[in-house]
Design a protein around this ligand. Structure first.
Ligand code: ADP
Ligand code: MG
Length: 242
């Protein structure tokens, strides 16, 4: 009976998530349809293509993030340099960093021990957090990326910005699927990052002062350990000790 109850609880979470996704995808679809109407009337301009392309990209992002949340993740663990993963996450954000007049300070200990992780997932989590930091500084600012070893067992990553910060009463909303204060936000970035860090048995903590800035602190164990993780819906997961 317990098992059945859990199954239906999981379905409820998927249902909520799916309802949110449907809602999120409807907006770009409406925009795309609108542009197609233009082409029916013979009023289509080539400038529309880049707008349509952005909307399609948005749908792709939403679906990709949904998959990380909803699909049980097979963890394909390998040993990686977290400093390199941070750089890999930062590189595609360079144009955005320039555009926002953001200066970047790297304090990555060298050498850093390799961490047992799922490379693609961890890079995605870093990218979501870095993107938020840059988005918090539309009028320029300073981004600090720090990584060092903690007690020889975990790597400690700190991503700090001196951007807009988060009002105290909004902190409790962080990590809730679809919570966003941005016009074009999906509100899935932190939820996905949290899930990925949980899958690595790590922790994600956010400290913020409105008007001053935000620090995101990650602790990632170097060894994933004996445990295997069965990820389930909405960031809930069960661990099995073998
Ligand atoms: P999105 O970026 O699409 O809005 P996220 O899940 O990445 O979704 O972030 C949720 C919300 O958390 C953001 O809309 C923003 O209000 C807040 N937030 C996250 N990171 C920061 C940050 N570094 N500075 C200020 N606010 C942040
Ligand atoms: Mg984000």
């Amino acid at each position: 009976a317990e098992q059945l109850l859990m199954q239906s609880e999981k379905l409820a979470v998927v249902g909520q998530l799916a309802a949110g996704i449907v809602h999120e995808i409807r907006n770009p679809l409406t925009v795309l349809k609108g542009f197609l109407r233009f082409s029916e009337n013979g009023n289509f301009k080539s400038e529309y293509i880049s707008i349509m392309d952005k909307e399609i990209e948005r749908i792709e992002t939403i679906i990709q993030e949904f998959l990380i949340l909803a699909k049980p993740q097979a963890m394909n663990l390998r040993w990686y340099d977290v400093g390199k993963l941070l750089m890999d996450a930062l590189t595609p954000l360079q144009p955005f960093i320039l555009q926002n007049n953001v200066t970047v300070e790297l304090r990555i200990a060298s050498p850093l021990p390799l961490v047992q992780c799922e490379e693609m997932q961890l890079r995605q989590a870093f990218m979501n957090i870095l993107k938020n930091a840059i988005e918090a500084m539309p009028l320029g600012g300073h981004l600090t990326i720090e990584a060092n070893v903690w007690d020889g067992r975990s790597v400690h990553v700190q991503i700090a910005d001196d951007g807009c910060g988060i009002p105290e009463q909004q902190v409790k909303n962080l990590g809730t699927p679809f919570y966003t204060t941005k016009q074009n936000g999906t509100g899935l970035g932190l939820t996905v990052s949290q899930k990925i860090i949980e899958l690595h048995h790590g922790t994600l903590q956010i400290k913020s002062i409105e008007g001053t800035g935000t620090i995101v602190e990650l602790v990632i164990p170097i060894e994933h350990g004996e445990r295997s993780v069965y990820a389930s819906m909405g960031g809930l997961y069960a661990t099995k000790f073998s």
